[in-house]
Ligand binder design. Structure first.
Ligand code: HPA
Ligand code: ZN
Length: 327
């Protein structure tokens, strides 16, 4: 069977990766020691053993705790370079990388430290690994819209260092409408717009992400199938969904990979992409997501593999010239 080799080797884009979610336990302990930060776990094995999640919030609690070791520009650089090396190994030619500034500024780490470290890694990855990338600033939706505005204010001197904004963290009870004004402002500024919606939240959050926030892509979006008219619209408008199969299984959005709706979404004609979300926490980088989904879903074959890879490149915010080189 040559399908696994095709999945590994085909050039692809990754459009849904939280850089803080690429922080491996080994690097967490290394940075904790370097920065003299105390951890609630005695060693790497004990930390990894805590990665048993029941829902999104149970993951977020441990994900924010892991990020507490990030203090210096070098820490953000090292974390991002480790991701870019893994992405290159998975034949990722282009990545659009989420970062959560509020997770860091809330601990007294200046925005400038975060963006300088990530930008230096982005430039190094392009130069030394041939991996192109963009940064997307995510607002934490469990915080207020005023706090999102304050973060945007801090980010504006660095406007040229990120391509757009997204919306992540606890979805339920934090609908897109809560961030209507700050997304309108970002739109005026010419920033690209994406939002997590329909991961744990209802299909109506996907509609609001499109109609209220004017999101150009939906992150996750798997619960769209609960609203057939919405599925029709997503297909007609070719709204990309950045689906993360391993994440969905680890966070119990689907009980098993065999029950994941990836094949259904493709069958309905949606512009689906496959991504890793938080690879250090969910059991693998982007190729592992392709491999496990295809292994568990017998309907998927080589044609779907090409479609998914082409979708990922097409749905990226890369230039038409770059897309023409890749597709
Ligand atoms: N959903 C919401 N917030 C997140 C996620 C996710 O999958 N990963 C990191 N922050
Ligand atoms: Zn995500």
């Amino acid at each position: 069977d040559r399908l696994p080799e095709l999945l590994r080797a085909m050039p692809k884009a990754e459009l849904h990766i939280h850089i803080e979610g690429s922080l491996e336990p080994e690097l967490i302990f290394q940075l904790a020691q370097r920065n003299q930060v105390g951890l609630a776990y005695p060693d790497v094995d004990a930390l990894r053993a805590a990665y048993a999640f029941t829902d999104l919030q149970s993951f977020l609690d441990i994900y924010y705790a892991g990020a507490s070791v990030l203090l210096k520009e070098e820490d953000f650089f090292d974390m991002a370079m480790a991701y870019y090396r893994r992405a290159q190994a998975d034949h990722v030619v282009h990545a659009e990388v989420f970062f959560d500034p509020q997770t860091h500024t809330a601990r007294g780490v200046p925005f400038e430290t975060v963006i300088r470290g990530l930008t230096r890694a982005k430039e190094t990855a392009q130069r030394e690994l041939g991996v192109s990338s963009e940064l997307i600033l995510c607002f934490l939706r469990h915080l207020s819209e005023d706090e999102a505005f304050a973060t945007l204010e801090q980010a504006l001197p660095w406007r040229d260092h990120f391509i757009g904004v997204g919306l992540d963290s606890s979805e339920r009870g934090n609908p897109p409408e809560k961030f209507a004004r700050v997304f309108a402002k970002c739109r005026e500024l010419g920033l690209r717009l994406v939002a997590h919606a329909g991961e744990e939240g209802p299909a109506s959050y996907i509609r609001s992400a499109l109609d209220v926030l004017h999101a150009e892509r939906i992150d996750h979006g798997v619960r769209c199938v609960e609203d057939p008219a919405l599925v029709e619209r997503l297909a007609a408008e070719r709204v990309p969904l950045t689906v993360c199969p391993l994440s969905n299984v680890k966070l119990c959005v689907f009980p098993t990979m065999a029950q994941h709706n990836l094949a259904t979404l493709l069958e309905r004609g949606l512009c689906v992409t496959v991504n890793s979300d938080d690879p250090a926490y969910f059991g693998g980088y982007v190729n592992q997501n392709y491999l496990e989904a295809f292994a568990a879903l017998p309907q998927l074959h080589a044609g779907h593999a090409y479609t998914l890879a082409r979708n990922s490149l097409e749905a990226s915010f890369a230039s038409d010239a770059d897309k023409a080189r890749w597709i």
